[in-house]
Design a protein around this ligand. Sequence first.
Ligand code: GLC
Length: 394
Amino acid sequence: MQDKARQLLDGNARSGRGYYYVSPSKRKYPHQWSWDSSFHAIVNCRLGRVDLAKKEMLTLLSKMLPDGTLPHIVLHDHRLASLAVRAFRSYWSQGDRSPLVQPPVVALAVKEIWQESEDTAFLRETLPYLERHFKWLETRRRFGDSSLVSIFSPWECGLDHKPGFDRLMGRLAKLPFGLYIALYASEWRMARRNFDPEEIAKRGYFNVREVLFNTVYALGLGALGTMFAATGEDSKAEHFRTGGLSVEKAIIDECYDPASGLYFDLDVRTASLVCLMPIALGGMPGDRCEELVRHLTDPDEFWLRYPVPSVPRNSRHFRPGAQRYLWRGPTWINTNWLIIEGLKRHGYNELAEAVAQSSKSLVERSGFWEYYNPITGEGGGEKDFGWSTLAAIM
Ligand code: GLC
């Protein structure tokens, strides 16, 4: 499977003057997406191709907006833009970069590269970018007393059509394909406010403290703490380390639902795999981990033939097969990878292995698809999808 993964990553790779990245898929997603790219770098790194991983991360980081926003999409070749993307570009301040973000997996990828290569020069080159982005999150996306940061669009958590957001997307979302229209309308509305976080928060637009985003944010802060310690920048190391701990504590305290033992976005109480994601946090107490594992292994919820479905089976939103909207039932390999890393962190090695084996068997059976039916294992969405190569390093 590792050879096939290398072939896929090379087949989806795009390079030109000053850039190299792996596109999520050749047809539908030809551009560079932030969290996809970071997952690709992690795979390349573990497959012994650390130089490619470095190039991909440097390409992404070099496209950071002046204020510290790390764009969720970067268009390196405008000719590849679909009509929809062309429409967006017209109101992005830098026409080749989205002013939205995605979960900052980038910090985990950079840490992985540094641990693999022991290349401190690479660390010194990338840390200033990461510092800017994480400070931007801390100062521009945090509102009120909580340490949790907000996302301004469902696109920002990476789970575009997560059912919990329906209610927040307004009346347009109820029309056929309405969620797409609502997502575009919401971006257009933000554009009218120049994507200014204070303005967006003030006007009461979509503003959610989301569990997956904040979990990755907390992990990223911790990674920054470790990396700054390695370059001898102790006060920065301390700043990010304690920042990570306080976000972790906020997730554990503020997102926890004692009645179910699950973790919910603030103000959004619809179950999805996101409710399990805090298992990735090192500070999650043992009894709370047990609760999460009970949900994960419940056949009425997440323990289907091919776990972990994006929505539990007992939810009215559960749709296992490919359909109009994403993230409403199918199993995705990137979220499996995050859950596996969390399970291993807390010593659930057998369970982690079971999810890993099941993810691998999906790929062996059907190839590297964008997502899979958790009951039949059938692949859906885009074929030869980049981050599904994570199965090869599980
Ligand atoms: C879809 C996914 C998103 C991903 C993008 C590119 O929009 O929901 O998470 O980054 O495709 O693969």
